[in-house]
Write a protein that binds this ligand. Structure first.
Ligand SMILES: [Zn+2]
Length: 165
């Protein structure tokens, strides 16, 4: 399956019964979540949230980088976000291998040389999370009063373990 015909067919059905036309672009629960792209994570369901409640920023490993920082800072000023949860997860591929191992895996499966690609693996997930929370809290551009929290989502139990309250 390479195309997106199945997605477009499903979208037809979705649009037939569309009921969210009155939603606004601000986060109704004042929340933003930075999490991983992992498909085991449902950012709405895990916190009892609905469409319109939360801004979700995702990247491989839930990393606080230049892009995600940019999005979260803007969300704090423009989209009613006053609390941010940084939420990496257990068994994350980004925290389970070294850059060299990842490059080897890609090379072996595709024969494509990615030695120039910055993989950005995470050495110690908890340490990285604590660093990210503290770094974002001290970001001078973040809206005053916006709280930053850090937890690790367990993909086997569905529970969030708070690392930085
Ligand atoms: Zn992940």
């Amino acid at each position: 399956m390479g195309g997106i015909d199945d997605i477009l067919a499903a979208n037809e059905a979705y649009a037939e019964n569309f009921q969210h036309e009155r939603l606004v672009g601000r986060a109704a629960k004042g929340l933003a979540i930075l999490t991983c792209i992992d498909c085991r994570i449902d950012p709405l369901a895990l916190g009892g949230l609905a469409l319109g409640d939360v801004k979700v920023v995702r990247n491989a490993g839930a990393q606080l980088d230049e892009n995600s920082t940019h999005d979260l800072v803007l969300a704090s000023h423009l989209l009613d976000v006053n609390r941010i949860l940084i939420l990496p997860h257990t068994r994350c591929a980004m925290a389970s291998a070294t850059e060299t191992q990842m490059r080897d895996i890609i090379k072996m499966s595709s024969s494509i040389d990615v030695s120039e690609l910055k993989i950005r693996t995470i050495n110690n997930q908890e340490d990285a999370l604590v660093d990210a929370v503290r770094k974002l809290r001290s970001n001078p551009h973040l809206k005053e009063g916006c709280s930053v929290h850090g937890g690790i989502y367990d993909v086997d139990s569905g529970r969030i373990k708070i690392i930085e309250a």
